[in-house]
Design a protein around this ligand. Structure first.
Ligand SMILES: NC(=O)c1ccc[n+]([C@@H]2O[C@H](COP(=O)([O-])OP(=O)(O)OC[C@H]3O[C@@H](n4cnc5c(N)ncnc54)[C@H](O)[C@@H]3O)[C@@H](O)[C@H]2O)c1
Length: 167
């Protein structure tokens, strides 16, 4: 098994997630870009393959609201790179007003991601351990007018992180 660390980044097709993927590749990680946007994600991966090599970066179609998509993303990553060391739950939406969609993507998504990571990476389940990073927002600490649902879900995510840390 290679000693090169492997990361899965959700919402990695654009924005902060894409920047995180590029930085990880520069640091020598192998990266699975997991995103709901297949066309954009595959295009981004092709660009990174040219710079970092096709053996170092893959795309996995993943809707973070679906446990089955997280599972297939972990399975694909393990099949390709033989290990997972880091999961970055970065996928999120900011300009969405529907609280059900916000709840599903910004809060339930990271929770499902953590549960799946524990299954595949948790030492108690035979895994080798690793790191899970949940992308939150300053909105979890300070309320901004007109963003009550988003502020609420980001605050919960911060508390979930504190709880998981204590476990
Ligand atoms: N941009 C900011 O100013 C800012 C500030 C604080 C926190 N954040 C957080 O950082 C993260 C990334 O933000 P960004 O600005 O890069 O956003 P972005 O909109 O540029 O990118 C988000 C990515 O997540 C993907 N995505 C959306 N729904 C998904 C789903 N259901 N399953 C899988 N992927 C999905 C999108 O396709 C996209 O590639 C988010 O969690 C956001 O809440 C952003």
């Amino acid at each position: 098994m290679s000693g090169v660390p492997v990361a899965i980044v959700t919402g990695g097709a654009q924005g902060l997630g894409a920047a995180i993927c590029i930085e990880l590749l520069k640091q020598g990680y192998k990266v699975c870009v997991a995103d709901i946007q297949e066309y954009k994600g595959k295009h981004f991966v092709h660009q990174q393959e040219e710079e970092f090599g096709s053996e170092n970066v893959i795309f996995s179609a993943c809707d973070v609201t679906k446990e089955s998509d997280y599972i297939s993303t972990f399975e694909l990553t393990l099949k390709t790179f033989h290990r997972v060391d880091v999961l970055i739950n970065n996928a999120g939406i900011l300009l969405e007003q529907d609280p059900h969609t916000l709840l599903s993507v910004n809060l339930l998504g990271p929770i499902i991601g953590c549960q799946t990571a524990f299954k595949y990476m948790g030492k108690s389940k035979g895994g080798k351990g690793g790191m899970v990073i949940n992308m939150s927002s300053i909105l979890g600490f300070f309320a901004i007018f007109g963003n009550a649902s988003l502020c609420c879900f980001e605050t919960w995510l911060n508390w979930i992180d504190k709880k998981l840390w204590s476990e």
